[in-house]
Structures are given as C-alpha cells and as structure tokens.
Write a protein that binds this ligand. Structure first.
Ligand SMILES: O=P(O)(O)O[C@H]1O[C@H](CO)[C@@H](O)[C@H]1O
Ligand SMILES: O=c1cc[nH]c(=O)[nH]1
Length: 235
C-alpha cells in the first residue's frame, strides 16, 4: 500500500494505462480487460488490473492536472514497480488540421506548470516520450487507419484561461493541442528510467470550435485504448 493507493504489493501490473477520469479507468477495464479486479478505491480514484490478450495490465485514474497525476505516477513507479506508463486522455486542438476525433501522440510536452522550474531552476528540461513506445503506437495507429498526429503538446495547469487567445503563441510554434498531465508524466519517467507515452483523442477545438457526438468520441476513444494496449504490450 502507498499513501494514495490501497493495492496490495504485486497487485498492479508493470504496464499501466493512465486516464485522468477514474470512470474511464472503469470503462477501460470492463471493455478491454479479461477478469478485471479493482485494485484501488482510495479517494474514488479507481484502478483495475486484469489481462489483455493474455498479458497482465493495469489501468489507474490519475485525476486532472499535473499535481494530482504526479502523485499517482510517483507511487506506481516507486511503490509498485510500474515500468511502462501510457496516459490515455483527451485534448483541445490548437491547429486547424488537427480535428476532433483525431489521435495525437505526444512526442514532447511543453508546460506552463512550475514543476520543472522547482527542479531545474532557470534551466529548461524537455519532457519527451519513450521513442520505442511512440514508434509502435504510431505504426499501429497508421495500420488501423486513424488520423494521427505526432508532435509537441502543451500540458497546462489551467483549463479556463483568462486570455482565451493565449494558445495562439504555442500554436504558432507548432504545438498541436492542450491537455494537463503529460509533462509531469514524462519528467517522472525520465527521473526513474521508465517508459512513458501520452496518447490523446481530440475532444474539442480551440480554432474551429468543431464538435462531435459523445458516441463518435467513444468509438475513437476505444480505438485509442487498443493502440495504447497493443503498443505497450508489444502486440
Ligand atoms: O481526459 P483526461 O485524461 O482527463 O484529460 C484532459 O481532460 C481534463 C480536462 O477536462 C484534463 O485532465 C485534461 O488533461
Ligand atoms: O486540457 C484540456 C483537455 C481538453 N480540452 C482542452 O482544451 N484542454
């Protein structure tokens, strides 16, 4: 047991999917895992372990934002020995050609969070994905015909910015989309020498205000989970 997880030692698999939403963790376990067992109930931040195509795998909700998610990532790595961590989340697109329902594979993550200023002072650290995981996820997504973008994203501490247009500077520098956790995940993966990747489905669009139905998002979302599982488990 750790401070925020009440799983027993050995109960969590080495490979973990990390959605922000704990109910998405439950959906993933119930939809994709064989014989899922709930391993965490602390704070309602649901986590489950089962098998996928016969291989052991876990899913753990992280909550929203770098602060919450880093607590879970720290404990999963340090207390439970997790070695491959794949965030599966939603994002808001910054680019006209990155549409809702598309997949974004976060090669790197900028942030407006102070986490790495605290660690590194005035020098910047570049949080990046594991290249092997990124490559496999890209190849699988391509094979399955998903519209897929690979590049830089923004992990923001703020969902509702005072200045809506602040995203335009990042967009000008090629940043694809915004979410709220990847930079923290990639930083901890680097610190502890484990593998991490963030795969996102575009759920909303800051430029075009494109929208899609919940059903459409669900279909794409399920595709993203299969990409994540197959990439993580080498299937
Ligand atoms: O869909 P999830 O994984 O929660 O990710 C995105 O959605 C939340 C904001 O609505 C933030 O956590 C952001 O990163
Ligand atoms: O963090 C997020 C997630 C989805 N959409 C956004 O605009 N931001």
């Amino acid at each position: 047991m750790s401070i925020h997880l009440n799983a027993q030692p050995g109960q969590i698999a080495e490979t973990v999917l990390l959605p922000g939403d704990p109910l998405r963790a439950q959906h993933i376990a119930e939809t994709f895992f064989e014989n899922p067992v709930q391993h965490n109930s602390v704070r309602g931040m649901l986590g489950f372990t089962g098998t996928y195509k016969g291989q052991r795998v876990s899913v753990q909700g992280t909550g929203m934002g770098i602060a919450s998610s880093m607590i879970y990532v720290n404990e999963l790595i340090q207390d439970y020995g997790c070695r491959t961590l794949i965030r599966v989340g939603t994002c808001g697109s910054y680019q006209a050609d990155v549409h809702v329902r598309d997949l974004v594979l976060a090669q790197a993550a900028c942030t407006d969070s102070n986490i790495n200023n605290i660690r590194f002072g005035p020098k910047n650290f570049a949080p990046i994905a594991d290249f092997g995981l990124l490559l496999r996820a890209y190849q699988i997504a391509q094979e399955r015909g998903f519209a897929t973008h690979v590049g830089n994203i923004m992990s923001s501490d703020t969902f509702y910015h005072d200045d809506f247009d602040q995203y335009k500077l990042w967009a000008q520098y090629g940043v694809l989309a915004a979410e709220m956790e990847a930079a923290g995940l990639y930083t901890l993966a680097a610190k502890y020498g484990v593998k991490a990747l963030t795969i996102l489905t575009v759920s909303d669009h800051l430029v075009t205000h494109e929208e899609t139905t919940a059903e459409e998002r669900q279909t794409t979302f399920n595709g993203m989970i299969e990409v994540a599982l197959d990439a993580a488990l080498g299937l």
